[in-house]
Design a protein around this ligand. Structure first.
Ligand code: SF4
Length: 471
């Protein structure tokens, strides 16, 4: 990158952790050129303060080091989804989804094609260098036939790896896009043509006219294993045979500015709109201390049901609640856990990193979650998973309950979760009223009513044990 500052980029790329004017891109890479073209066009059009660039996973992941505009980093392939959200919530924004061919044409293809098909108000720049550059040069959807890559050492074959994906031509089958073009940064002449195309796509965004797709053929000397000149020659001579340059669609004259998106609803409105009508609305209550809990065990132990029962009780008690399940791919026997938050005000995040309360029915889950419990927290464990070598913590209260044993003795070992519910009720750690828990206990079996009687029996046995054995 030239030492002359491009207006629109940061004067020093301090966000990289170093006070530097050099980018992280390899010598001969096309990304830096395209960054500069986009920036110059934004500045010339006076759009810098309105622009939000959504960066990909890939070599351009650090776009926010350079562009002095709004920046967001998206998960792999999801830049179009994030860009859609920005475009719809900030109608005056000029939204740029910046992606590579691996990010867009592989993992994120569905996301990209859906955004194009919806005609979102954004421009997507796809840097096509026929390879996964950041991860070392694997075959990407746009790799050429015969191209040797890390994962196609004999060269890409149509019979086994398919043909190079021509994204611009595929998008040209859609009705909504306003502008589709392919250009290149392989040499000076092509860079000047690209400058015009970039500017045109950004003008469309300035005017709010809809979706634009610009594919930019770009050298990647590092992954191609070529020097900068040979890489640029490969881009101009071989890539263009498969990916011809030109404006493929230009509906900019006929296109009219899109109407502003429907106003986004506020957070309270959102919850009011989607609230489950079977439950009373939650009520703000500053006196209720938020409980963050994890219930963990293995598939088939009713871990998720116990979590649902607790949040259902919380909802009945007009608390704010979230339930966030996690489980392995196995239907039975794999790990299962759920994170619950029960609060007296709107919950910021359903993620529970450090629970106040942990309920554990298997040893591996105890080993995994015990270290995360907050000091002063309470851990409910099935007695059978404890032993002399069980993990322990002096700063948390461990409540051992013979849950599986009691459940088995009263009809079904699979009702150990119900015994744990009685321990939670007896110790009052959740702060939820007994009536709400009793109602939820039966309600969570609404799809299996034949089990309600057995479950109540186990519940009564568990509660009797707790009254005798727990403070
Ligand atoms: S690996 Fe390729 S795309 Fe990535 S920075 Fe280097 S030259 Fe550019």
């Amino acid at each position: 990158m030239s030492t002359k500052r491009t207006v629109g980029m940061f004067e020093s790329f301090d966000r990289s952790g170093r006070a530097t004017r050099s980018s992280h891109y390899c010598a001969g890479c096309g990304h830096g050129i395209l960054h500069k073209l986009i920036t110059e066009a934004l500045v010339e059009l006076g759009l810098q303060d309105r622009t939000v660039v959504v960066s990909p996973i890939g070599c351009a992941v650090f776009g926010y080091y350079y562009w002095d505009v709004g920046n967001i980093g998206a998960a792999h392939g999801r830049a179009p989804a994030v860009a859609t959200a920005v475009s719809r919530t900030i109608p005056q924004a000029v939204v740029v989804a910046y992606q590579g061919d691996g990010d867009l044409a592989a993992i994120g293809f569905n996301c990209a094609v859906q955004a194009a098909n919806r005609g979102e108000r954004m421009v997507t720049f796809m840097v096509n260098n026929c390879t996964y550059g950041m991860t070392g040069g694997q075959m990407s959807p746009t790799s050429l036939l015969g191209q040797r890559t890390l994962t196609s050492p004999q060269g890409r074959e149509a019979a086994t790896e398919g043909h190079p994906l021509r994204v611009a031509e595929l998008f040209n089958q859609l009705q909504a896009p306003v502008y589709i073009a392919r250009c290149s940064v392989a040499d000076t002449k092509r860079i000047f043509q690209t400058k015009q195309i970039v500017r045109k796509a950004l003008e469309l965004q300035r005017d709010g006219k809809g979706y634009a797709y610009v594919e930019v053929l770009s050298p990647c000397p590092t992954a191609m294993g070529l020097d900068a000149l040979a890489s640029a020659r490969f881009t101009a001579e071989q890539m263009e045979q498969v990916f011809p340059l030109g404006v493929i669609r230009d509906h900019s004259t006929q296109a009219v500015p899109l109407p502003p998106p429907a106003p986004a609803c506020s957070v309270p409105d959102f919850f009011a709109r989607y609230r489950d009508r079977d439950f009373p609305a939650p009520v703000e209550d500053a006196t209720y201390t938020e409980r963050r809990m994890i219930v963990a065990g293995s598939g088939g132990q009713g871990i998720l049901v116990l979590g649902l029962c607790l949040i259902e009780a919380g909802a009945l008690a007009q608390r704010f609640v979230t339930w966030y399940p996690t489980y392995g791919p196995e239907q039975r026997g794999g790990f299962a856990s759920c994170a619950l938050v029960i609060g007296g005000r709107t919950i910021g995040s359903p993620h529970v990193e450090h629970p106040d309360i942990l309920v554990c029915l298997t040893r591996p889950m105890l080993e995994r979650f015990l270290p995360l419990v907050k000091p002063g927290g309470v851990v409910f464990c099935d007695t059978m998973i404890l032993g002399p070598d069980a993990p322990s913590r002096p700063d948390v209260r461990i409540v051992a309950v013979p849950a599986t044993e009691l459940a088995a003795a009263n009809g079904s070992s699979r009702a150990a979760n119900t015994v744990m519910l009685t321990a939670l009720l007896h110790t009052r750690v959740t702060g939820l009223p007994e009536e709400a828990i009793l109602h939820a206990r039966d309600a969570t079996l609404r799809k299996k009513p034949s089990l309600i009687a057995l479950n109540r029996h186990v519940f009564d046995a568990g509660l009797a044990w707790c009254r005798q054995n727990l403070p």
